[in-house]
Design a protein around this ligand. Structure first.
Ligand SMILES: N[C@@H](CCC(=O)N[C@@H](CS)C(=O)NCC(=O)O)C(=O)O
Length: 215
């Protein structure tokens, strides 16, 4: 069984948990104490010199970057699954959405929110405008589409929902984008094990935000 080094509240970790649920795959969960700096210890750096969670260790392979992990999991444990289609064009669309998530949507969220959360910085309206722009892109991708990359639930949805659901703990009003709102409700009700894999961790994220932003 693969080991997953994780923290429950982390958005990229939640994407991996959602993927494991969708594959009906058990993971050996190993909690990492980020607050205590466990990820900077030599044992962890041996697994992942970039010292991030999630990190997956499977059969001698140590891999990090949530989107690399989730595509690996489907390649290895879900051969033929629509979660990461094998047809080159369908797969290209899923990959595009995944890269949009890491490079644009979640990146812009991090740029806006984490300086406030971890550095006590004031909200920067120009950074918020960049998130609004990214949400408009997502809304356009979803026009006439049930899921982010077509008619089936894919790892693109699981990665994007882990990001977008994190906006719930901020003032970012993503539900004003009608396609995003509809898609959000669809994924919540159709992604296997959504409650356990995402909502629980989201609660932990909320607690972290409350405790840090109250200070
Ligand atoms: N792009 C990475 C982001 C991973 C990341 O930044 N994880 C954070 C927690 S959400 C982390 O491990 N921070 C601790 C550190 O960098 O030392 C992914 O998707 O896996």
């Amino acid at each position: 069984m693969p080991d997953l080094y994780y923290v429950p509240g982390s958005p990229p970790c939640r994407a991996v948990l959602l993927t494991a649920k969708a594959l009906n795959l058990n993971l050996n969960l190993k909690l990492v104490d980020l607050h205590g700096g466990e990820q900077l210890k030599p044992e962890y750096l041996k697994l992942n010199p970039q010292h991030t969670v999630p990190t997956l260790v499977d059969d001698g392979l140590s891999i990090w970057e949530s989107r690399a992990i989730i595509t690996y999991l489907v390649n290895k444990y879900g051969k033929g699954s629509p979660l990461y289609p094998e047809d080159p064009k369908a797969r290209a669309l899923v990959d595009q959405r995944l890269y949009f998530d890491i490079g644009t949507l979640y990146q812009r969220f991090s740029d806006f929110f984490y300086p406030q959360l971890f550095g006590g910085a004031p909200a920067d309206p120009s950074k918020l405008a960049k998130i609004e722009e990214a949400l408009k892109y997502l809304d356009t991708f979803l026009e006439g589409q049930k899921y982010a990359a077509g008619p089936n639930l894919t790892v693109a949805d699981l990665s994007l929902i882990a990001s977008v659901s994190s906006f719930e703990v901020t003032d970012i009003d993503f539900k004003k984008y009608p396609n995003v709102k509809r898609w959000y409700e669809t994924v919540k009700s159709t992604a296997p094990g959504y409650q356990e894999a995402n909502e629980k961790g989201l609660e932990a994220f909320k607690h972290l935000v409350d405790s840090l932003m109250k200070k």
